[in-house]
Design a protein around this ligand. Structure first.
Ligand SMILES: C[S@@+](CC[C@H](N)C(=O)[O-])C[C@H]1O[C@@H](n2cnc3c(N)ncnc32)[C@H](O)[C@@H]1O
Length: 274
């Protein structure tokens, strides 16, 4: 959007949004001056922020590919973000050409751009909803049309639960999404953490996001592990223990090389519904 700066109808570009900030970190062009100003502030406090975003995106892509290789062909990508390179449907279809994907986001700008990208694609849909209403997301006509809950589903909450406060009970919310899933389904989840950061940096990021459309709530490893209660976490890479890990390590061919400062801002896991 650097060219025209003209906002799609219904989109308020005067307040930075999580979707457009993330697009900015990824080097996208679907952001506006307010997003870029806030994004630059984040860059000053967290110079590795682009690596934070790309490490997380790499996890999403490797995890989707792996889950598709397990035979799963239905994906519900919650807090999907603006379209970027190798979106969920593209990664999944490289393995399973019959993959069906529902993208969910509450930011109308995501719907505008995702609909443009997906025009004519009957096997994907974009649902404009707040993820906090799990039942409305799962019962949306588009979800019902594309997702058969009697078959395994990959439920994806990648880099999104940290936009919910403890009071909003993100753990209970994830459980509500999982309730409908049959054995063989998977949860793909990553979330921001403060564990590896000095307190001042986390506070600085929180202050910048407090001025955006959504605050940010990083969590400890233990808190993020709780999302996977009752599930079977899969080993993040060959020879590794089955546990929550930093995003860079997941699916890594060489764990040492995969480590980076950016990766250590987010924990993740892929887990199977038993
Ligand atoms: C950091 S982006 C992550 C995008 C993608 N999942 C990824 O990891 O590459 C977070 C996305 O979650 C969306 N989001 C935040 N809070 C939400 C809510 N309450 N309901 C639906 N979407 C939400 C934002 O609009 C944004 O597009």
């Amino acid at each position: 959007m650097s060219g025209t700066e003209e906002a799609p109808p219904g989109v308020d570009v005067s307040v930075p949004s999580a979707a457009r900030l993330y697009d900015y970190y990824l080097g996208g062009e679907l952001n506006y001056p307010a997003d870029r100003a806030a994004g630059e502030e984040v860059v000053r406090k967290v110079p590795e922020i682009r690596d934070v975003a790309w490490s997380n995106r790499g996890f999403l892509q490797r995890a989707v590919r792996w889950v598709a290789e397990q035979g799963v062909r239905q994906f519900v990508d919650i807090g999907a973000g603006l379209p970027t390179q190798n979106n969920t449907h593209q990664v999944a279809r490289a393995v399973r050409p019959d993959a069906r994907v529902v993208y969910v986001d509450h930011d109308p700008i995501v719907q505008v751009h995702a609909n443009a990208l997906l025009a004519g694609d009957e096997q994907t849909a974009v649902v404009l909803r707040d993820l906090r209403d799990a039942e409305a997301v799962l019962d949306d006509p588009a979800t019902r049309r594309l997702i058969d809950f009697s078959e395994p589903v990959a439920m994806m909450l990648v880099a999104v639960t940290h936009f919910l406060s403890d009071e909003e009970d993100p753990w209970g919310l994830v459980a509500r999404y999982l309730r409908r899933l049959v054995p063989g389904s998977h949860l793909i989840l990553s979330a921001g953490t403060q564990d590896f950061q000095p307190e001042w940096r986390v506070r600085a990021v929180q202050e910048i996001y407090a001025r955006s459309s959504t605050g940010v709530h990083t969590r400890t490893r233990e808190q993020i592990e709780r999302y996977f209660d009752g599930l079977e976490i899969v080993p993040p890479y060959e020879g590794a223990k089955a546990e929550v890990t930093y995003v860079g390590f997941w699916g890594a061919e060489d764990a040492e090389e995969a480590d980076s400062d950016g990766s250590r801002w987010s924990y993740c896991a892929v887990a199977r519904v038993p």
